[in-house]
Design a protein around this ligand. Structure first.
Ligand SMILES: NC(=O)c1ccc[n+]([C@@H]2O[C@H](COP(=O)([O-])OP(=O)(O)OC[C@H]3O[C@@H](n4cnc5c(N)ncnc54)[C@H](OP(=O)(O)O)[C@@H]3O)[C@@H](O)[C@H]2O)c1
Length: 216
């Protein structure tokens, strides 16, 4: 699959790009600056030492032309980013991995967007697109390092069965990741907010923990 990542030059987008490319997807790291995207993609390919050669860099506008698009900007630029790309994103699956969080001392706190989650705000801003929410709890550094030993469950939610199935299928074969159907897009509020708890645990225990659901 050809996958575009809006705001893909950050740690979250880079980590996802490497893991997706490692199982054969072509991934376009998108940016507001095409040269920056190409440079970051080159660094990513080099660090992956031949295991993520499908990672390319381009403007967000070009990344939005992909078959499926992932939103990986900070929360306060997510809506502005997708609104500008409403036309190329129409009819496509758009997966939001955005968390709305604020740091308060040694703690991360969730912000609560008016519709409950960033993903639901994105669905309202892109009525012609098919929104899913996923990847919120994945530690970026461990994602980019294919030798990190990462093991994590990946929660996926959407109001569209096809989007959930496509997201789960896209992760098929990625070592260490298990994708789980977590229900409708209404679940994104709890999923995004829980990221604050996960990061707070990481701060307190000085680690990069991952989410693993027992009993499934
Ligand atoms: N870091 C993690 O471990 C992690 C894990 C899961 C989910 N997330 C979520 O994924 C998202 C990205 O995380 P990150 O750590 O990669 O964030 P980041 O580095 O702060 O931002 C990602 C990219 O967004 C673009 N961007 C920044 N400000 C922008 C603006 N005003 N308008 C448009 N684009 C802008 C930048 O790309 P250009 O300058 O190249 O355009 C930047 O490289 C966040 O919402 C985060 O909560 C992060």
């Amino acid at each position: 699959m050809k996958i575009g990542i809006l705001g893909g030059t950050g740690p979250a987008g880079r980590g996802l790009a490497v893991r997706l490319a490692s199982v054969g997807h072509e991934v376009i790291i998108g940016s507001r600056d095409g040269e920056r995207a190409e440079a970051v993609a080159g660094e990513v390919r080099e660090r992956a030492a031949g295991r993520a050669n499908g990672v390319l860099g381009a403007l967000n506008e070009q990344a939005a032309q992909a078959d499926l698009v992932i939103l990986a900007t900070p929360w306060d630029s997510a809506l502005q980013t997708v609104q500008a790309l409403r036309q190329p994103l129409a009819g496509k699956i758009v997966i939001s991995m955005v968390n709305a969080l604020v740091k308060n001392g040694r703690e991360m706190l969730p912000m609560y967007p008016p519709r409950g989650s960033v993903a639901e705000m994105v669905q309202a801003a892109l009525p012609d697109s098919i929104i899913a929410a996923s990847f919120h709890h994945l530690p970026a550094g461990m994602m980019e390092n294919l030798d990190s030993g990462l093991e994590a469950d990946v929660l996926v939610c959407s109001d569209h069965k096809s989007a959930t199935e496509t997201t789960i299928g896209m992760l098929d074969g990625i070592a260490g990741l298990r994708a789980l159907d977590a229900g409708s897009l209404a679940q994104a509020a709890a999923i995004e907010a829980f990221t604050a708890v996960a990061i707070t645990l990481n701060i307190r225990y000085k680690t990069h923990s991952t989410l693993k659901m027992a009993g499934l």
